[in-house]
Design a protein around this ligand. Structure first.
Ligand code: 5GP
Length: 203
């Protein structure tokens, strides 16, 4: 079985940027493509960036149990197709989900053996800059998003690892180290050791 790696963290922390950078640095990991009801942005391709769905199609996926988790975020649905994750993990490959915090908590309920990584902003100023830098939002909206981000920060307690997103290369190195270490957990080698012992006993 491959590892299910959940990369999450507060809005504006740079999850998408880190995940994009990881793709070239860790091509051996399979990146799950989410379904969403939001409109494609310029340059986004259906089936590559997201599976773009109508609300009806998305609700049908929920009803069929086709999603491992889903959440509503800024008025749109986002969710992880279950089949793809199950099949990829069974084939022995690692899968990474880049999802917001509510969805990550749901994965934890259904898939407690997954590895939960929480991305942290290097400072509140930096977070504010990222949230403000996204567009031409009013001060009220920025304040609301900052408050949500601060609340989301307290969800760190549910995660296994925290990774500071101070610098993209450093953040990717930390995630890479986590994945390598998780592959070295003794539990993963129990069947191997049992096999070795049996072979020695037979010899
Ligand atoms: P965006 O619309 O900017 O691509 O994504 C908005 C937020 O949705 C990001 O925080 C991203 O991590 C999150 N997201 C993307 N895909 C999924 C998913 O499948 N499930 C959940 N719960 N969140 C997702």
């Amino acid at each position: 079985m491959g590892l299910l790696i959940v990369l999450s963290g507060p809005a504006g922390v740079g999850k998408g940027t880190v995940c994009t950078a990881l793709r070239s640095r860790m091509p051996e990991i399979v990146y799950s493509v989410s379904a969403t009801t939001r409109q494609p942005r310029q340059g986004e391709i259906d089936g590559v960036n997201y599976f773009f769905k109508s609300r009806e199609q998305f609700q049908d996926m929920i009803a069929r149990g086709a999603l491992l988790e889903h959440a509503e975020y800024v008025g749109n649905y986002y969710g992880t197709p279950r089949d793809f994750v199950d099949k990829t993990l069974s084939s022995g490959k690692d899968v990474i989900l880049e999802i917001e915090v509510q969805g990550a908590l749901k994965v934890k309920e259904n898939f407690p053996e997954a590895i939960f990584i929480f991305l942290l902003p290097p400072s509140l100023d930096e977070l504010k800059q990222r949230i403000t830098g996204r567009g031409t939002e009013t001060q009220d909206i920025i304040n609301t998003r900052m408050n949500v981000a601060v609340e989301e920060m307290s969800l760190l307690q549910h995660y296994d690892y925290a990774v500071m997103n101070d610098e993209i290369d450093a953040a990717c190195d930390r995630i890479r180290s986590i994945v390598i270490a998780e592959h070295c957990r003794r539990e993963r080698f129990m069947p191997y050791v049992t096999g070795l012992k049996t072979a020695i006993e037979k010899a």
